[in-house]
Design a protein around this ligand. Structure first.
Ligand code: FE2
Ligand code: FE2
Length: 550
């Protein structure tokens, strides 16, 4: 810094000011920067300096292929030529540094693409991509990228298993704003919570200005080393478009080129299967273009119709049901939602509304806390947040919003297992916001159960097929929201009474449902009202009153 140093104030004066500052901070809850004690504000460090490329790689990011068990793409930025850009890879060793890998253990792979992107900061950012192939499934590797002289640090990733294997992934709504201030703590907390996550899904608007070199630099700095070891699955939002797709998109994110085939959709619409989950990325920035929508719709249906994976996750930017203002995406809703429901898509992960909303179609609701339809989620990770609307876009279109949040930054942790997907949304401070468990059996039947938490008083109810019966007649009783196999005591008793007749014990099924035919006890009094009471570890619930007529 070349600014002349001001003569320093005496220590006691400074200390007094500092003490006063602390008191004010405590009183008002405000923090004062150094400028508040009278020094001239230092100049802003220019973006052209802060983000200038060097021969040392940065913006290193794992990009999945369609064969994630045996191959892996990596892209990075560096001042390097197509001739020198390269990567090295070996099976993860116990040590490096002073220990040399065994001769022949390290493979060197040349970049398959080196693409300079012109920036407005007076330089070009050149992105390089390598693809490692012939890898072993479920195996930890160590790689580095560079030019043969200047290298990234050695970084590890593990290839996908060959077939189904439980794993976790992270999902973010729009990062977009405050990328260098409010976003990093969200990314870091998510990584702290799921360090072994295999993928990070971004539902668009990663940055605010599609071609801002500074913002892309900030976005990559927010992700830091995390992006070099977890695969990234991003689709573009409206902010990745400015008179066309961001010039950065394809060089940075060389996704599978397996979309509908329209050049506009190349590497913004793509799919890959990862350990039993089919990920499908769509581009809603063309929702007013009938041709590009129809192409995506047909492609989507093909992927859903012929899908060997147990689970399906679809991501795109503009939501089916909006949580903000009068926003509305009828083409997305009308053309795609019926397919999601018809083919049993599990998660629809969206952005754009800068608030949180999670819900489902009303017709899918089975009980207070359980439905069996698609889970639609809108979320936001960045520091720009909008107020919620009244849910009109959900309720006006046959849907209901089950959980909302405004003026909060969130990240979502998704744990995929054989029979369940557990979804949890957490705030930037790591605390719980919302969650649900999707259970699916061999027959493909599904329940989506609100996550049971101390704050979530369940409010389940027992359903009966009739509320007026004769003695010795039967009543069909059903209830939801159990753990699979949870043991339930079935009681027949008068409303408000503690004692009654124990009919027997039953177990909830593998989807947490209970369905039982209960015969009205012979001792039931004519004209009296009774209830069925279900008592288990997690739920103590009651049916509506049942009148015994004879
Ligand atoms: Fe946005
Ligand atoms: Fe957006």
């Amino acid at each position: 810094m070349n600014h002349p140093t001001k003569p320093r104030r005496s220590w006691s004066r400074q200390a007094k000011l500092a003490t006063a500052g602390t008191a004010a901070l405590l009183a008002a809850g405000l923090a004062f920067g150094p400028a508040a004690v009278g020094a001239a504000a230092p100049p802003v460090f220019p973006a052209a300096e802060a983000h200038k490329p060097t021969p040392i790689p940065d913006r290193v990011i794992l990009i999945p292929t369609t064969a994630p068990a045996t191959s892996q793409r990596v892209s990075w930025r560096a001042e390097a030529t197509a001739d020198t850009a390269q990567a090295q890879i070996l099976e993860a060793p116990r040590a490096l540094g002073q220990v040399q890998p065994a001769p022949g253990a390290v493979a060197t792979v040349r970049a398959m693409a080196s693409t300079p992107v012109n920036t407005t900061l007076g330089y070009a950012s050149t992105y390089h991509t390598v693809e490692f192939t012939g890898l072993k499934p479920g195996t930890r590797y160590t790689y580095r990228v560079g030019d043969g002289t200047n290298w990234s640090p050695w970084t590890d990733f593990t290839t996908a298993a060959d077939g189904f294997e439980p794993f976790s992934f992270i999902y973010y709504g729009d990062a977009q704003n405050y990328l260098d201030s409010a976003v990093p703590r969200v990314f870091r907390q998510a990584f702290a919570d799921r360090p072994q996550a295999k993928a990070i899904v971004n539902a668009g608007d990663l940055i605010d200005s599609a071609n801002s070199e500074e913002q892309w630099g900030q976005w990559f700095q927010a992700g830091g080393f995390i992006d070099g070891q977890i695969n990234n699955i991003s689709i573009p939002g409206n902010h990745e478009y400015s008179g066309g797709l961001s010039a950065f998109w394809r060089p940075q994110f060389p996704y599978p080129d397996n979309g509908p085939g329209n050049p506009e959709l190349k590497q913004t619409v793509y799919t890959l299967d990862y350990q039993g989950v089919r990920f499908i990325g769509l581009d809603t920035n063309h929702q007013s273009n009938a041709t590009l929508m129809a192409a995506q719709t047909a492609w989507l249906e093909g992927l859903l119709k012929d899908n060997p994976n147990k689970w399906t996750v679809v991501t795109f930017h503009h939501p089916v049901y909006s949580t903000t203002g009068t926003r509305n995406n009828p083409n997305v809703r009308e053309q795609w939602a019926p397919l999601f429901e018809k083919y049993g898509v599990d998660l629809v992960l969206q952005g754009h509304d800068h608030s949180y909303g999670r819900g489902n179609q009303v017709a899918a609701r089975k009980s207070t806390t359980v439905h069996n339809g698609v889970a639609y989620v809108v979320s936001v990770s960045g520091g720009k947040m909008y107020a919620l609307n009244g849910g009109e876009n959900w309720t006006g279109n046959g849907a209901e919003v089950r959980s909302t949040s405004e003026n909060t930054q969130l990240y979502q942790l998704i744990d995929v297992a054989g029979d369940t997907i557990t979804f949890e949304a957490r705030y930037a401070d790591g605390t719980h916001h919302d969650g649900f468990v999707i259970r699916k059996n061999r027959e493909g039947e599904r329940t989506v159960n609100d996550l049971r938490t101390p704050e979530n008083t369940v409010g389940e109810q027992v359903t009966v097929d009739k509320t007026s019966v004769r003695r010795l007649e039967s009543v069909k009783v059903s209830a939801y929201g159990y753990d699979p196999g949870e043991r339930v005591a079935i009681w027949w008793r008068e409303p408000g009474r503690k004692n009654g007749t124990l009919i027997g014990y039953e177990k909830a099924d593998d989807l947490g449902r209970l369905s039982e035919t209960v015969r009205v006890p012979v001792l039931a009094k004519r004209g009296a009202e009774y209830v069925v009471y279900l008592d288990s570890e997690h739920q103590k619930i009651t049916s509506p009153p049942i009148t015994v007529t004879k």
